[in-house]
Design a protein around this ligand. Structure first.
Ligand code: CUA
Length: 315
């Protein structure tokens, strides 16, 4: 996949308010650890070189050795660990402050995809989380089945998604970009392929995306092929699990499919969204992602092409 599709996974990017604090802490720990390493390695080298040059004098002052052990073995580690403890506790307690004007987004972990809702805007989508840059986000996290963990390394630390419990991840994204997230808690067969994209846009671009999704524009098939695909979608059992707004399909067991064509990826951000990959997925999801709940489908090649054309046309 291209770099844009992959999205950044670097924890050093610090593209979110939380991530930035964590990166700062990481660099402090790294600097202190590196300093200790250099000093210890230097002492070892000195000892080796001196030991070769001369034997230890019989009456070398034991008090100097004692002092070295007290300072190097106790005082210095206590100071280093105390500084790190204070900085770590301060940083941790400053994570996730509640802010005014938060945008609430509910993300529910499912095997193996992400159900995304904007409750105040009445929007539902899947696997690609659109967010505005600069606005505080309140990600409301839970699970519909087993324990998952929400982790977008460039933005923030991990937060568990637990059935029957709601956890919050409060973060403000600082820079526009595409950031890759993954499930960070083993949740079964396809845990490794439970990924997502966070698409962070400037506020006006985000608002345009949201307005488009709310309007329902572009979801009525315009060409013959897509229109036929819409009929296939209604005839086949697709609507039992999937929703397409403005149609009788109201299933919630599988990912929301309205505006599916506008997504960059399928199968929880693991495969590029193009007609060929989508056709292969619909024909036999088990071949692509073993254990996925979607059953294989034996429709004719013509029906499949039409269905793909319909889904890709909604953008
Ligand atoms: Cu969901 Cu691992």
């Amino acid at each position: 996949m291209s770099a844009a599709l992959l999205g950044s996974t670097s924890v050093f990017q610090g593209a979110g308010s939380e991530g930035r604090r964590i990166v700062g802490l990481w660099w402090l720990m790294f600097a202190m650890g590196a300093a200790v390493y250099v000093v210890v390695a230097g002492l070892v080298l000195t000892a080796v070189v001196r030991g070769r040059r001369r034997a230890r004098p019989a009456a070398d002052s034991p008090t100097a050795d004692d002092r070295f052990i007290w300072i190097g073995g106790l005082a210095v580690p206590v100071v280093i660990l105390a500084v790190l403890a204070v900085v770590t506790v301060t940083t941790t307690s400053n994570l996730r402050p509640v802010r005014a004007g938060e945008l609430a987004i509910e993300v529910t972990g499912r095997r193996w995809w992400w159900d995304i809702r904007y409750p105040d805007q009445g929007i539902r989508t899947a696997n690609e989380l659109h967010v505005p840059v600069g606005r505080p986000l309140d990600l409301v996290l839970t699970s519909a089945d087993v324990v998952h963990s929400f982790w977008v390394p460039a933005l923030a630390g991990k937060v568990d998604m637990v059935t029957g419990q709601v956890n919050h991840l409060r973060v403000t994204v600082d820079r526009p970009g595409t950031y890759r997230g993954e499930c960070a808690e083993f949740c079964g067969l396809e845990h490794a392929r439970m990924q997502m994209l966070v698409i962070a846009d400037p506020p006006d671009v985000f608002e345009r995306w949201m307005a488009r999704v709310r309007s329902g524009a572009g979801t009525t098939p315009e060409d013959e092929m897509a229109a036929r695909g819409a009929l296939v979608f209604q005839r086949e059992p697709c609507g039992g699990c999937h929703t397409v707004e403005g149609t009788p399909a109201k299933g919630t067991r599988g990912p929301e499919l309205t505006y599916f064509g506008g997504r960059r990826t399928i199968a929880a951000a693991t495969i590029p969204n193009d007609p060929k990959e989508l056709a292969a997925w619909i024909r036999d999801p088990q071949d692509v992602k073993r254990g996925a709940e979607m059953p294989p489908n034996g429709m004719s090649a013509e029906d499949l092409d039409a269905l793909v054309a319909y889904l890709e046309s909604m953008r």
